[in-house]
Write a protein that binds this ligand. Structure first.
Ligand SMILES: [Zn+2]
Ligand SMILES: [Zn+2]
Length: 207
């Protein structure tokens, strides 16, 4: 009995320590997963915030109506602001998604899978939106070029990274407008081009 007490106590302590370590690892894993899910949620939130909704409305109406941008009044400036604001949102999203990927050894966990499923349609939509809005901005004032190179490159990287884990249909949509030899399936190309609305202020129209 004495020996049992003598040897049993350290063995009991060892088991308690192992159980404590196991619980700690499980809690850390759980906490890590909660943190990653929270980051993914915030990254998706970039695309659906109140300010993003306004910018998307500004760009979306012109894109889907296939309407030219007025060079008069405040419209061109508003569209330019919304265009860059959306590029920067996707840049932040790309940077955050990259950190989530690298932190997990470039493997998809539940947080990345949920994030990719949430953002895929938005990114696909903006492959055409950015292309068309940029063309319309350039057309509306050829003396005022759109300097968006690095941000467009970042969006292209996001498209390619997302395409790597997407199905064939999504992969095609994420590749469109990368060069002029491909045909975009976006419905905007079936809409007859419309002239600009003179002096229209799009931002004021939605606020
Ligand atoms: Zn298109
Ligand atoms: Zn389109």
């Amino acid at each position: 009995m004495t020996d049992l007490v003598r040897y049993g106590a350290p063995v009991g302590s060892f088991i308690v320590a192992i159980v404590a370590l196991y619980i700690s690892v499980r809690l850390n894993r759980r906490q890590r997963q909660i943190t990653r899910l929270e980051i993914a949620r915030n990254l998706h939130g970039e695309l659906i915030s109140d300010s993003a909704i306004k910018d998307r409305h500004t760009l979306g109406t012109i894109h889907w109506q296939n309407r030219s941008i007025s060079s008069k009044g405040g419209e061109r400036g508003d569209v330019m602001c919304a265009y860059f604001a959306m590029l920067w949102r996707f840049e932040r999203l790309h940077a955050g998604r990259k950190v989530l990927l690298e932190e997990n050894g470039n493997a998809h966990d539940i947080a990345l899978t949920i994030l990719d499923n949430q953002i895929r349609t938005h990114v696909q939509e903006y492959v055409c939106t950015f292309h068309e809005i940029r063309a319309k901005l350039t057309e509306s004032d050829k003396k005022d070029p759109v300097f968006d190179g690095a941000y467009v490159d970042s969006f292209g990287e996001l498209c390619r990274s997302l395409a790597a884990t997407s199905d064939e249909d999504s992969r095609k949509k994420l590749r469109f407008h990368t060069n002029n030899s491909e045909t975009c399936l976006c419905a905007c190309h079936k809409v007859n081009p419309r002239p600009p609305l003179p002096g229209q202020n799009t931002r004021a129209a939605v606020s």
